[in-house]
Design a protein around this ligand. Sequence first.
Ligand code: SF4
Length: 263
Amino acid sequence: MTNQTLELFDLPVLNAAPQPTPAPLTHNARLWLPKRVLFTPDALDEPFGQQIYERVAAQGLPIEVLKSNRITGLRGEDARETYRNAKNTMAVVKAPAGALRLQPTPPSADWQMNLAEGCPAHCQYCYLAGSLQGPPVVRVFANLPQLLHNTATYEQAGRRTSFEVSCYTDVLGIEHLTGSLAECIRYFGTREGAQLRFVSKYNQVDSLLGLPHNGHTRARVSLNAEPVARRLEGGTASIEARLQALRQLALPHAQGGGGYPVG
Ligand code: SF4
């Protein structure tokens, strides 16, 4: 164990007087409003990309339409500034053809299907930092309908095939800007042989409550010990707010909830 790890978890000193436990935090997740929103030409050729454009414009965020499909201009003077620039940027792009070749993702689901790559939160242990290439800009896929229709070729007869959309982003953290998760939920609601799965550390679930999911989406929240979430999961909802969001998702429609299977 490194000194840094010891420091992070603040191990108790033997014989020290017991410290009062701080009251649990109850705040909502901070709504992510990127300082730059970039659209590639290919993304704007997609009807779903145009929908995202309308959403972002309605929120008054600064939009730049790029001349080419390359995302550039994110590098800062040092790694810290590059990170800061990227974490404040959303790029709407067309997913490359390789995104149509799905990867298995056991035990979470049979297959992963990414609606975006990159996340607005700042969890200090996040594996995305080491698994995505380049500065950690949030890339949202404008050809989502194509990616969704592609999943049908992975459905297996006689069983419900599951698809996980949260491997490379927090889907709720960007939903107010993209509507991508709602699009997925509506699509899988029409598929008898498939199940959608997502997980989040955010809590803005109101837009999901009335969607026709037909029980084909399993909504999960990610939980951690409260002191760990408080220190290491920057930008996310408090544990209390995540649990309240899970409750809203699980409650039946008749009680104002989403009626989702949850986990
Ligand atoms: S919410 Fe998930 S994807 Fe986003 S920074 Fe935290 S661990 Fe990473």
